[in-house]
Write a protein that binds this ligand. Structure first.
Ligand code: MG
Length: 318
């Protein structure tokens, strides 16, 4: 297995590895990992805009959101300052939903460009630093608040936390928010299964469960709550961050810091078996599916943006 990015190497790309026969139908023999852009400090929060054929993503320490255009491959600044934005997604009306470290809030960018603050506090205490976000078909906004953006000034503004780390569900119509769980140390990336019966949440914390650090957890979605959380996969020896599901229910996990041959995307079948891997030369913080058929995987990996055509199809609005 190749440990390095091999631009212009012969097909099949050795960086796309089937670890199980179940992954083989998703790997395209004459498609390889492409680096679309480099020059970020910490790339995060990719979101696909099919209507404008572009990808937006956050470059957190540089306090900006970048935009890559499909028609000509050009990259430009979409928003700066971005208040150290991190995770992005779209709601059912196609509006951009953004987690901001610097302003410690979740925002919605309206279709005319105005920015609406959806939530910046809970029970009159400031949120820590919202990290990643998904939208349920009922319009509710589910996001994580692990507090990385207030640990130091590099990705926000250093401050003491006022709230426990938590996962929230926000009804943007009423403003009502509920805590879904406070049991994870650093809840980070999150994704629904294709039928929205399950919620996957990454924990990037390390101290609360010695021997099982940095796992991905899965919960049953019970209306406005989640229950029966259990470990879905153990990411040792590395760390997971952002996740997305495909329409077959596989979980695609951005990961890094696990030593040689670990950086990139790890793909897990619904039963938790690791079935495939996409090796990158940099730790991968997050990913999303895009393109007309949602079969192009975009990966924000440290300094760079990568892409790979696959035969897996991403869940819409994720
Ligand atoms: Mg994250």
């Amino acid at each position: 297995m190749s440990l390095f990015y091999t631009e212009n190497a012969a097909y099949p790309d050795p960086n796309v590895a089937a670890l199980d026969d179940r992954f083989k139908k998703y790997a395209i023999g004459n498609a390889g990992v492409e680096r679309l852009y480099t020059g970020c400090r910490w790339a995060e929060g990719p979101v696909w805009f099919g209507d404008s054929r572009c990808l937006l993503w956050s470059d957190i320490p540089n306090d900006r959101i970048l935009r890559w255009k499909e028609e000509d491959g050009q990259v430009s600044v979409f928003r700066s300052p971005s208040h150290f934005s991190n995770g992005n997604t779209r709601d059912r009306q196609g509006r951009l939903i953004t987690c901001e470290h610097g302003s410690r809030r979740v925002t919605r960018t309206e279709l005319d460009g105005r920015v609406t603050v959806l939530m910046n506090s809970y029970e009159n205490k400031r949120l820590n630093a919202p990290n990643d976000v998904v939208v349920h078909p009922d319009g509710s906004i589910w996001f994580t608040d692990p507090g990385y953006g207030i640990l130091m000034d590099y990705e926000g503004h250093q401050a003491e936390p006022e709230l426990p780390t938590a996962v929230y569900r926000l009804d943007p119509e009423t403003g009502e928010a509920v805590v879904l769980t406070e049991e994870l140390e650093r809840p980070n990336g999150l994704a629904f299964s294709p039928d929205f019966s399950l919620l996957y949440v990454v924990d990037t914390g390390v101290t609360h469960k010695p021997g099982h650090p940095r796992a991905v957890y899965v919960y049953e979605v019970d209306g406005r709550r989640i229950r029966n959380g259990r470990e879905f996969c153990d990411m040792s020896p590395g760390i997971a961050d952002g996740v997305r599901c495909d329409m077959d229910g596989n979980l695609w996990v951005g990961a890094g810091w696990g030593g040689d041959g670990f950086d990139g995307v790890h793909v897990y079948a619904p039963d938790g078996d690791r079935i495939g891997q996409i090796l990158l030369p940099e730790p991968c913080a997050n990913l999303c599916f895009g393109g007309l058929k949602r079969k192009r995987l975009f990966m924000t990996a440290s300094r760079s943006l990568y892409a790979l055509y696959v035969e897996a199809q991403g869940v819409p609005f994720s």
